[in-house]
Design a protein around this ligand. Structure first.
Ligand code: UT7
Length: 326
């Protein structure tokens, strides 16, 4: 097996910022509630004419420039998203055309907020087996398009954005060292968008009842997240014979500051070894980890040889960890 590693990163968030103060004008909530319960202070919201693939394509271009790879040399593009431009074709197909990656097979992967880590582990397999040389993995979500702005349980939490990485063969001992992925479909009802699929196609009823918007049992998802993050990180570390102490930077899915703090405590990781940026972006779903990863790589918070653990969790329920050495 050839080791696969990240050779370039890129990200994009829309310019328009919605602070908690903006939300308070239309939603029965408060800055105090949102900050104390979630840690979120602001989120970026895509303009009406911007779809998921538009944000993904910008992040993709930035990751290609960072990697020094031409779009024409990409063999594969995987877009992790729950907010596709259209149900058919895939968002990846739009991205492929926008960035002119004519040789690349383009497809989407659906695993909610765990989508990026699942897509990263999937894309890496094609390099490890020698089938492909350059694989782009994108996490992108326009969450704002699927929010019920009258539901304070959800609308204060999410934001829009995209992050991308280029995977390629790297030296032995570098790149992705191990991954651990899992699902528990018995929790499928805890987080999702009820209508718009084959179970409940769009109708006047579904639109009137806001069934195309995200619904979440926050408390149950919270409990699941607090339990699964340490379990998944430990399982992935075991696979590459490392220990929590070897992690130089943990990049968790940015859903809730309290979830991250609980995981840090269980894993006994000090704050300087955990990246938290959700106060600026909210929960950008599949984009949260690659946006944070881009920030960590570009700011040189991660140095050559450092061990990074990426851990995602969300709808499905689905979760995953990828351990890599830069
Ligand atoms: O990325 C996918 C994975 N998603 C997550 O990981 C999210 C996991 N869940 C969470 O982050 C938290 O459960 C939430 C932030 C969603 C909610 O926090 P909580 O501490 O679990 O609050 P809660 O749902 O138990 O609600 C507590 C109270 C309720 O009022 P009552 O019934 O006690 O009177 C809610 O109605 O807070 C109320 N509430 C709000 N109040 C002001 C709920 N949302 C709001 C709000 N502003 N935005």
């Amino acid at each position: 097996m050839k080791p696969a590693g990240i050779i370039g990163t890129g990200s994009y968030v829309p310019d328009s910022i919605m602070t908690n103060a903006c939300l308070v004008e239309t939603v029965p909530t408060s800055d105090e509630w949102i900050v104390s319960r979630t840690g979120i202070k602001a989120r970026h919201i895509a303009g009406q004419d911007v779809a998921t693939s538009d944000m993904a394509a910008i992040a993709a271009q930035r990751s290609l420039e960072n990697a020094g790879v031409k779009a024409a040399d990409l063999d594969m593009i995987i877009v992790a998203t729950y907010t596709p431009d259209t149900l058919l074709p895939s968002t990846a197909a739009f991205v492929q055309h926008k960035i002119a990656a004519s040789r690349a097979v383009a497809l989407d992967l659906g695993a909610g907020c765990a989508g990026f880590v699942c897509a990263l582990a999937t894309g890496a397999q094609f390099i490890m087996t020698g089938m492909y040389r350059n694989v782009m993995v994108i996490g992108a979500d326009a969450c704002s398009r699927f929010l019920d702005w009258t539901d304070r349980n959800t609308c204060v939490l999410f934001g829009d954005g995209a992050g991308a990485v280029v995977l390629a063969p790297v030296f032995e001992g570098r790149g992705i060292l191990a991954s651990h992925l899992g699902s528990d479909g018995s929790g499928a009802g805890l987080l999702g968008i009820p209508a718009g699929g084959s179970r409940m196609p769009a109708s006047e009823y579904t639109v009137q009842n806001k069934l195309h918007c995200i619904r979440m049992n926050g408390k149950e998802v919270f409990k699941f997240a607090v339990k699964i993050i340490p379990e998944s990180v430990e399982a992935a570390l075991n696979r590459c014979h490392l220990r929590t102490n070897d992690i130089d930077l943990l990049i968790p899915h940015q859903a809730n500051l309290r979830i991250i703090q609980a995981a840090m405590e269980t894993l006994a990781l000090p704050p300087e070894r955990v990246l938290i940026n959700l106060e600026h972006y909210g929960n950008t779903s599949a984009a949260s980890i690659p946006i944070a990863l881009d920030e960590a790589f570009r700011s040189r918070r991660v140095g050559n040889g450092d061990v990074v653990a990426l851990v995602g969790f969300g709808a499905g329920l689905t979760w995953g960890t990828v351990i890599l050495r830069k």
